[in-house]
Design a protein around this ligand. Sequence first.
Ligand SMILES: [Zn+2]
Length: 348
Amino acid sequence: MLTKKDVVRQEKYLKLNTDGEYVIDCDEKLTVIDFHTHMSNVLPLKKVDPNKKGNKITYKALPGPEKIDLSIPYWEKVNPEEQKKGLKSLIQFSMAGYSIFKDMCNGGTYENCFKSQKENMIAKNVVLPISTKRHDCSMEAFKLEKEYPDNFIAFCSVHPLDKKMKEKIIYYKDIGFRGLKLKVTDMELKNDFQPLLKLMKICHEEGLPVLFHTGAVNNIKKENCSTTMWKILQSTRVEIFGHLLKKMPSDFSFIFGHSGIQEYKEVAEYLKVFPMCYAELSSQSSGSIKYLINEVGSQRLLFGSDWPALPQALTLSRVLSATEGDSACRDSILYKNAERILLCKTKY
Ligand SMILES: [Zn+2]
């Protein structure tokens, strides 16, 4: 059976720390902005005080060493013949999602965050809250940046069906938020994207970059899924955002979160059409990162990890592998492109 030690043995830029967690293995000094992170108080579950001490992250989203395949996005071997039919698989799917969110709420504390930043040479985390129609946690993200301005950059998150959507976005921009994040599976299930388009237009007017969770799960066959399950798996597919971008002005700054996961090739095609679009790399492999560099260059790719769903070292080690021998390309992806979008300068 494969162990974590076997995994890091095959990976040049990955090692284990004394707690047996994946951390970066690199002698060079790096400057890194992590463009995709969360914290314990900015998720759609009961918030956990980020000051809490002693909470361990178990990385529920991380495949075990025997299932890990670092050459494919999301690094998990999936059986394409897997059956996702009936209520039982729907329940299992939601329970797995819930347990990942719970792990993130439990583990996304200051203590764990600062430790991970230090071990992985991360200068700053961009914190992405996830708001729902009824619960807006943007101000919680704001508090994190105010308390630790050297460690965090806060995005806001406003649901497109929030009754005060417009005034909130204007206010959030005024008080200093650097962008807006959304994950809106519910809206996509209704197949009505007009409110989302309206939200994007307001963000464009206000000059706020927008990052959405993007990417369908498409390595499971349609005929093996129930209709509802298939809709859920397809609900954040890259194509939806491509259609919306066609209706937006060409200077709209949009970031494909996770680079569309398995749909990174589609993301590359949209990046060729829309000059102000970016791809954030969390969950990608070194192979897919190389593909994106070859197709669109290094100027519109952003390192992100999805911590604390996943260890910060994973995508970081993939970026280091994919940019070996090209320090200009590496610096662009690790922090320079992020600085340009966020209009900030990193201390290093
Ligand atoms: Zn995330």
